[in-house]
Design a binder for this molecule. Sequence first.
Ligand SMILES: O=C(O)CCC(=O)N[C@@H](CCC(=O)O)C(=O)O
Ligand SMILES: [Zn+2]
Length: 356
Amino acid sequence: MNASRLNDFLALSCAHPHYLAPFNETLPDGTQIQVWNTGVVCIEPPAPANLDLVLSCGIHGNETAPIELCTRLLNDIVNGRLRCQQRLLLIFGNLSAINLNVREVKTNLNRLFSGAHGLKEHIKVQVQAGRAADGQDTESDRAAWLEHYVTRFYQKRKHHNIERRHYDLHTAIRASQYPQFAIYPFTHGAPYHTRELAFLCHSDVNTILLAHGPTTTFSYFSAHHFGAHAFTVELGKVHPFGENDASQVAALEHNLAQLLQKPDWQPPQLNVAHMRVFQVCQEVIKQSEQFCFHFSDDVANFSTFSPGTLLAEDGDWQWRVGEKPQAIVFPNAKVALQQRAALMVEVTELKGNMLV
Ligand SMILES: O=C(O)CCC(=O)N[C@@H](CCC(=O)O)C(=O)O
Ligand SMILES: [Zn+2]
């Protein structure tokens, strides 16, 4: 055993951005720390409780606050300050992009899940055999491998009493009127989960955005393929490493630690009045290089526009606010063609569609 290899798992992974040979270490209490590949570590206590939790960060390389949060959690586990009682899969997503301090190297990793990576044959063979290889140099390869690791993690325990969760942690490019918010992947009509919403609200993530259809994001992958309670969680605005205010994410960090070390811990009951809910009405898809927004670059996420306002234009295409006021989220004119350039959202309520 060489305990020092886990003392800075992020640095170790960044030094091997395409591949890290698997290795295991055992903590004094018997907890297994299994490194499955670069940026992927599975923690298994000797007698895990009933939650299988995936925590991912760095799917976009410059979103550093979640990377710092996950690093602190992992260090606490490795150093015995946090006695993890649950199975945990911790993922640092896009090491090459982290190294370059960019959102993506070739393409947006968070648009490549549920098979959208278009897996190449040679990678498919390796992934199906679960044989880690050094071919993870593109975001497409990495998406295929991350799907494989999440599948391996969740499939180990299939009993009905095992709860699966996945929080995919991000930060937004722009400032937001509500700095911390979560995207609830499309549920295909299934009710929204009250205890999950209570967890998020109690973690200062009290603005929820309901997706309006299937997507190729990481959180939708875990929700749709494994029935996990999965969310993309936005934790403020992008800042360089070392410039994040950890107090902004302290509530979430504390509650994640509670989930991991106290199997009976529950967040306080949800107070719906404390939650702000938006529904995605429309995705704005960039069609050509003529694409432009009709508002300034410093407009914050969730800024609201009156009915009829022209928000974006692309040749003959126009996106206007409908009959009710709508807000804009994630506007980004620089995305690749045929990618989402913004979401148009409106205020809604969850009444009548919640699982108590
Ligand atoms: O600020 C932005 O424009 C993007 C922030 C970000 O990375 N958001 C995620 C949301 C994923 C989802 O819709 O669940 C993304 O765009 O991938
Ligand atoms: Zn992101």
